[in-house]
Write a protein that binds this ligand. Structure first.
Ligand SMILES: [Zn+2]
Length: 462
């Protein structure tokens, strides 16, 4: 495998507390050297890439992605999903088990791992279900799933309502040293809610999904993490109360953690009422980086690309999520990339499936809302995409230490670009951010020492 020397970039490796303008030398698929002696170690025939003005960091990890295999390949495949991830700067993704059939047995885990190795262009880690068929009634074979190679268990898309069953799942997970990831939704409180319960749901006449529907399960998970000692990770947090609960529990040393997605800390429920309502108020306070181009981006009310689960919430909730990210309460950033076909989304709001794609926009939106607004230093943002998810899931990833796999992301934090629908590498196009001017973009994505995507190569049509 070719040797590659990246010279003159801002190398940020939070796992080693490194933030310096220096060089990175990669050979045989591993990180060989970082620092001033990297150039000395590189043989004369090594490929050299000048990355001055760019950030070089451990390959980004997204621990919450729906790749839709097996069974839903009209929405996404391992090939298209990993291509979208590479384009977004990601070298590893963790896929969710709510496929058809669900990933609730060792055979399906083996199938996905084998297919991902053949068809994926980046690393794919697999999660297994908590309950058989994600039905919440009977535990999945957690030990068998672990032996088959899952990195966590989750019923994402669903939520185990039976607290005793969840307790048993946590006890098994702890025995097998697996984190439990949970989509926090109390079915009795949420019923068939389709958007945040508040002013806009009343105005629009849509059924509400109250914040308490999430907070109740976050509180349940804190108690069960405390009771069982299992690591519980609360997925895609959207509500202010969830952040407060997590903050308090972490202070007491409870093994609980959380993640947030860019749509929840960028948009609000006003977006469901259409662009004029959003830009008039909540959109105005987005951030100072927001250009006039974004303000002219229009969409109608009831646009189903603003329907997700949990839903977009109030400006107060959005602020609380940002605060939670800034003070370290929420350690992980992810997309909840959830592709759906056009024909599925092009229906009345009530009937559309929840979710949006996100792999190609999450780095930019996170930079815009957290780093460009000076809420979070750049190394802290990179930690939420690298070392933090790697530690949570015990992945040997997320660092530029010598000897580590040469998964590296090179990005330009200041590049301004417009996300175009025609340009997405995902098989689906359900995304609310088309036409938005974004700031920050991946330039080169390297997996195991191999360049799997680069802006330059994409600019030249094959
Ligand atoms: Zn979910």
């Amino acid at each position: 495998m070719a040797a590659l020397l990246l010279t003159g970039g801002r190398v940020v490796d939070p796992a080693n507390r490194l933030d310096a303008k220096t060089d990175v030398f990669i050979s045989e698929g591993k990180i060989t050297a970082v620092g001033t002696d990297a150039a000395k170690k590189a043989p004369r025939d090594a490929e050299r890439m000048a990355v001055n003005g760019l950030v070089v960091c451990p390959g980004l990890i997204d621990l919450h992605v729906h790749l839709r295999e097996p069974g839903q390949t009209s929405k996404e495949t391992l090939a298209t999903g990993t291509a979208a991830a590479a384009r977004g700067g990601f070298t590893s993704v963790v896929c969710m088990p709510n496929t058809s059939p669900a990933i609730d047995n060792a055979g399906t885990v083996a199938l996905i791992r084998e297919r991902a190795a053949q068809q994926g262009i980046i690393n794919v880690f697999v999660t297994g279900a908590i309950s058989k068929g994600l039905a919440g009634e009977e535990l999945a074979p957690i030990g068998g799933l672990k032996r088959a190679g899952v990195v966590a268990i989750t019923d994402d898309g669903h939520c185990v309502q039976n607290n005793d069953l969840m307790r048993r799942a946590c006890e098994y997970a702890r025995m097998f040293d697996l984190p439990v990831m949970d989509h926090c939704q109390d079915y009795a409180l949420v019923t068939d809610g389709v958007m945040h319960e508040g002013y806009w749901s009343t105005v629009l006449g849509l059924r509400g999904w109250p914040s308490a529907g999430e907070e109740v399960i976050v509180a349940r998970n804190i108690l069960l993490a405390e009771l069982t000692g299992a690591k519980i990770h609360c997925q895609h947090l959207s509500a202010a109360g969830s952040v407060a609960l997590l903050r308090e529990a972490k202070k007491r040393g409870v093994p609980i953690s959380g993640e947030a997605c860019p749509h929840h800390f960028t948009l609000t429920d006003a977006a469901v009422a259409g662009s004029d309502k959003f830009w008039a108020n909540d959109g105005k306070t987005l951030n100072s980086q927001l250009s006039a181009l974004n303000l002219s981006r229009e969409w109608p009310k009831y646009d189903t690309n603003f329907k997700m689960n949990p839903p977009l919430r109030s400006a107060r909730d959005r602020e609380a999520i940002l605060e939670g990210l800034a003070d370290g309460t929420i350690e992980v950033l992810c997309s909840d990339h959830a592709p759906h076909c056009d024909y599925e989304k092009e229906v009345e709001f009530d009937y559309a499936p929840f979710g949006i794609t996100g792999l190609e926009t999450e780095l930019a939106l996170s930079l815009m809302q957290l780093v460009h607004t000076k809420r979070l230093p750049l190394p802290d943002l990179i930690a939420k995409f690298t070392v933090n998810p790697a530690r949570l899931l015990n992945l040997k990833k997320g660092t530029l230490s010598a000897g580590a796999d040469a998964d590296v992301t090179v990005f330009d934090p200041d590049a301004e670009w417009v996300f175009e629908r025609a340009a997405t590498a995902s098989k689906s196009a359900n995304n609310p951010f088309y036409g938005w001017k974004l700031k920050g973009r991946a330039v080169t994505t390297i997996v195991g020492g191999k360049i799997v995507w680069s802006e330059k190569a994409e600019a030249v049509p094959a």
